[in-house]
Design a protein around this ligand. Structure first.
Ligand code: NDP
Length: 322
């Protein structure tokens, strides 16, 4: 099969297309012929070596396609089923094996490409809005990188829960997208002091929650946006890792909370995975959750997809088509 393989960590050039053996599903696993594979920011952290992994490896951890073979003891899926999954590695390829416990049947009304696009970023937005800080009607919330993959979905979910959404973006074009997704106010955080703007929007009160996936460049300002006892949900570091931090600042700035959540812990059981994926895919089928699918690349152009994502050129979802 054709697959992207990383033999050494580094820049986008380490994403090399190779001919590799098609894997064989073991007990509890299925082999899936991939029709679309999601590109996520975590793929960059793993490619760079910022998150450790064992070399060589096939990157990617989100895809959708058709079951091509099943391993011993598997009876929950069969050959020909349309499935999607995330959180199992090796998806930048024509085929991948995945544990059947992580597979989700793609409902009627959802295309395979939509399913591949919705799983990881959609369930992330879901747990952030519904579980990490369950958004209440009337809450003012700040969402960074509002035109990104997670950002556009999180804005829509926050809005549907009745929040007043403020979103940061780097360009006017991205501001238009964040507004269209439901943000009441957008802030060009590359030019404006976003914390001062949030204070203005809330008459000095601050917000109960900031969803921050940017990290290094936004962390301090995000704390400044919070009202007393507010929570900073730091769920990524697209600008770099947050440097060591003195916890005494949390008390000095108003008995604040910080959490650093990850999707794995919010889909740890089959039950929770099915609830989150079920909600997300149902909303996509109904049309109440809109996916932005403007960036599809052939598998061989995975390096270009990474370059575009890390240079902030993309909006919404990026897909690789094997
Ligand atoms: P995005 O599509 O949101 O792309 C990242 C965005 O970050 C860019 O478009 C850019 O938006 C913004 N950004 C700000 N500073 C930089 C910088 N220096 N370099 C690059 N980008 C920058 O990616 P994803 O939707 O895939 O992921 C968003 C974030 O969510 C990532 O940090 C990812 O790690 C995290 N994540 C965390 C999960 C979890 O469970 N913890 C799960 C899924 C994603 P702009 O140009 O508007 O500034």
């Amino acid at each position: 099969m054709r697959a992207i393989q990383i033999t050494q960590t580094g820049g986008a050039e380490v994403l090399v297309l190779r001919e590799l053996p098609t894997p064989t599903p073991g007990p509890g696993e299925a082999l899936i012929q991939i029709e679309a594979c999601g590109v996520n920011f975590i793929d960059i952290y793993l490619r760079e070596g910022r998150y450790p992994s064992t070399l060589p490896f096939i990157p990617g951890q989100e895809a959708a396609g058709t079951v091509a073979a099943i391993g011993p003891g598997v009876n929950t899926v069969k050959v020909g089923d349309r499935v999607a999954w995330c959180g199992a590695p090796g998806t930048y390829a024509q085929f991948a094996v995945a544990p059947v416990a992580r597979l989700i049947a793609i409902p009627i009304g959802v295309t395979t490409q939509q399913a591949a696009a919705a799983m990881l970023q959609g369930m992330t937005a879901h747990y952030l809005a519904y579980s990490t800080y369950p958004i209440q009607m009337g809450d003012a919330v700040l969402i960074h990188a509002g035109a990104g993959g997670v950002g556009l979905l999180l804005i829509q979910m926050a809005k549907s829960l009745g929040a007043r959404v403020f979103a940061t973006v780097s360009t006017e074009e991205k501001a238009v997208l964040a507004h269209a997704a439901g943000a009441q106010e957008t802030i060009l955080y590359t030019r404006e002091d976003f914390a001062a703007r949030v204070r203005e929007f809330t008459n000095g009160a601050g917000v109960p929650v900031v969803y921050d996936s940017v990290g290094k460049t936004t962390f301090d300002g995000s704390l400044t946006c919070l009202r007393p006892r507010g929570i900073l949900v730091l769920y990524g570091g697209s600008s770099g890792a947050v440097p060591p931090f003195d916890l005494i600042q949390l008390s000095a700035r108003g008995s604040l909370f910080i959490t650093r959540p990850t999707l794995k812990d919010y889909t740890a059981t089959r039950e929770e995975l099915v609830i989150r994926a079920g909600d997300v895919l149902r909303w996509v089928a109904e049309g109440s959750l809109k996916l932005r699918l403007e960036h599809s690349y052939p598998l061989a152009e995975a390096a270009q997809a990474h370059r575009d994502l890390e240079s902030r050129k993309t909006t919404g979802k990026i897909l690789l088509i094997p």
